[in-house]
Write a protein that binds this ligand. Structure first.
Ligand code: IPM
Ligand code: MG
Length: 354
């Protein structure tokens, strides 16, 4: 199976973590029928400095002609906010990547790294955020003046239906018992429409329990009783916020993975951490967010949950032997980005060989 994968290394620690993602893809191609061709698609702050655009036409063409995109991280501290980052928006909008899938799973071996007291962690944390990724406040409709500014929060029925349907189908595939919808229907018109559609669609999934929670209450329940959530579906801005909260619960922002997805079309996989300029070039960034994004790539773009599971298990085993500094443990060796990637790659190798 030949697949073309566009590669955006990006800024800061982006190139370092992407290398480890590619390492995993190479192991898969060595031991399975997959055959990958990698094509560079530079984007971000460094590229902006060089060419005056954060997403050169040529990069976007490469991405559009590929099967998927593996994306590092972009952003530079000496550029105004958004100058580099808006490339992400161009890709999400340009490819109509309406799903942002963001799992927050706490591996048992990292339980001590979770900032919550054990009584709050309870039976464990394994939540998947399904964030709407093209509408809401991210439509970029509004104006910026000297004395006032506005942003329009805009949702369509089609936009709500497709993301909510994705969430229910995802829950069904994963045997989740409950889908939680997060909104602000006590205030916002957009949430009233969202909630109505969520209830309409829940009728098609009678085996799945549903609940609605307001965004403010949800941020509290997420740290009070995270074990009660499985699939959580929400709009773009709320999803942005709660997925960062979720990422902190799994031990480190460096563990957070994501997929920006349009089922059946070119989709983009990226760790949820940023370019982390403070640690860039030091070889200490945690590559697991990127490696787990590759896992999502197999599940969602290549329809291979088997390989996705193997990557997941390889990560879990590796975490029992060594860790990058952000999740370090006294009794285990502290590893560099590359060493962590090697350890996971070796675990995966022995699984795929078997
Ligand atoms: C994310 C990021 C982006 C977003 C920024 C960089 C615009 O925070 O992927 O969550 O808000 O979606
Ligand atoms: Mg964010």
């Amino acid at each position: 199976m030949k697949k073309i994968i566009a590669i955006t290394r990006g800024d800061g620690c982006g190139p370092e973590v992407v290398n480890e993602g590619i390492k995993i893809l190479k192991i898969v191609s060595e031991f399975t029928d997959y055959d990958f061709e990698f094509k560079d698609a530079p984007a971000g702050g460094e590229v902006w400095k060089q060419y005056g655009t954060n997403l050169p036409e040529k990069s976007f063409e490469t991405i559009k002609k590929s099967d998927t995109l593996l994306f590092g991280a972009i952003g530079l501290p000496d550029l105004p906010p958004g100058v580099a980052e808006s490339a992400i928006m161009k890709i999400r909008q340009g490819l109509d990547l309406y799903v942002n899938l963001r799992p927050a799973k706490l591996y048992d071996v990292l339980r001590e790294k979770c900032p919550l007291k054990s009584e709050f962690i309870g039976s464990g944390i394994d939540i998947t955020f399904v964030r709407e990724n093209t509408e809401g406040l991210y439509k970029n409709v509004g104006s910026l003046g000297e004395d006032s500014a506005e942003n329009l929060m805009f949702y369509t029925r089609d936009g709500c239906e497709r993301i909510i349907k994705f969430a229910f189908e995802f829950a069904k595939k994963k045997n989740h018992k409950i889908v939680t919808s997060v909104d602000k229907a006590n205030l916002l018109n957009t949430s009233k429409l969202w909630r109505k559609i969520f209830h309409e669609m829940s009728g098609n999934y009678s085996n799945i329990e549903t609940e609605d929670i307001y965004i403010d209450a949800f941020t509290q329940w997420l740290i009070r009783a995270p074990h009660r959530f499985q699939t959580v579906v929400t709009g773009n801005m709320f999803g942005d916020i709660i997925s960062d909260e979720g990422a902190f619960l799994i031990g480190s922002l460096g563990m957070g993975s994501s997929g920006n997805i349009h089922p059946g079309k070119v989709s983009m996989y990226e760790p949820i951490h940023g370019s982390a300029p403070d640690i860039a070039g030091k070889g200490i960034a945690n590559p697991i967010g990127t490696i787990l994004s590759v896992k999502i790539m197999f599940e969602e773009s290549f329809n291979s949950s088997e390989i996705g599971n193997e990557i997941d298990h390889a990560v879990e085993e590796a975490l029992q032997e060594g860790r990058t500094v952000d999740i370090k443990s006294k009794s285990l060796e502290t590893l560099s980005t590359m060493e962590m990637g090697d350890l996971i790659a070796n675990k995966l190798k022995s699984k795929l060989k078997a």
